[in-house]
Design a protein. Structure first.
Length: 242
């Protein structure tokens, strides 16, 4: 258990004169903006003083309130800078060869970035479902991939990873092979993660991406296969949900 001397020493160590002056300068700036800026708290208070002389306690209350609100805004700016938040970027296509020299795959990936200085721990992408477009019914039809499936990260071969500010990563959504298969998760050998496709097939992948203390984001990825297996096109579309 820390003694009083240890606590006082830690308190003195945290008293950085330059930081304290910077802090009070920021509080004073925000307090002035609150009193006379968009909030215009000081204007009605000044008008009231023309007809009624408020007690000193009211004057102290207004000043204390302005300092309290200004302190919140000073804290809020630094807090939001460290709150982990992700951004889903562009779609990327990558052609690779597998361990089998006769099998090639076109990976469909999305770029995931951390837009704040707080790193996203255990960032994970999850496939919610895969739908296939029916040319006859003109609507999306369910496939056998109708339950949650953890996706894998490119060059990581893991379901969860850490994403830091300025260090984007790619999440593998699916892979189309020259054997006309669509693999929903590449990295391990999951059950029920492979679909057969044909020329001009169109699929919709509903995806969720989130991490520790980071709000999750949802999106759908429309993936089309052309006349040949490597004519793959993919684009993000609004998430339709259930």
């Amino acid at each position: 258990m820390a003694t009083f001397r240890d606590g006082f020493a830690a308190f003195r160590e945290g008293l950085d004169r330059r930081l304290i002056f910077d802090y009070w300068a920021a509080v004073k700036e925000h307090a002035w903006e609150i009193l006379w800026g968009a909030g215009a708290v000081g204007i009605p208070f000044g008008i009231i003083t023309l007809y009624y002389a408020p007690a000193r306690s009211w004057l102290g209350f207004v000043i204390a309130l302005a300092i309290l609100i200004a302190g919140y805004y000073v804290w809020r700016t630094d807090h939001l800078r460290l709150v982990p938040m992700l951004s889903i970027g562009d779609v990327a296509l990558s052609m690779t060869q597998t361990n089998d020299p006769n099998i090639f795959r076109c990976f469909v990936q999305v770029r995931v970035a951390c837009v704040t200085e707080g790193a996203i721990e255990n960032c994970k992408g999850q496939l919610i479902r895969v739908m296939q477009w029916s040319k006859i019914r003109k609507c999306w039809q369910p496939t056998t991939l109708d339950e949650l499936l953890d996706l894998y990260w490119s060059n990581v071969d893991a379901a969860a990873t850490k994403i830091e500010y300025g260090a984007d990563r790619r999440l593998n959504i699916c892979a189309v092979g020259n054997d006309w298969t669509v693999i929903a998760r590449v990295g391990s050998s999951p059950l029920r993660a492979t679909l057969r496709c044909s020329p001009n097939s169109v699929f919709r992948f509903d995806v969720r991406i989130g991490g520790d203390d980071c709000p999750a984001d949802f999106f759908s990825l429309k993936t089309s296969v052309g006349e040949t297996w490597n004519q793959v096109k993919a684009e993000k579309i609004p998430y339709e949900g259930d």
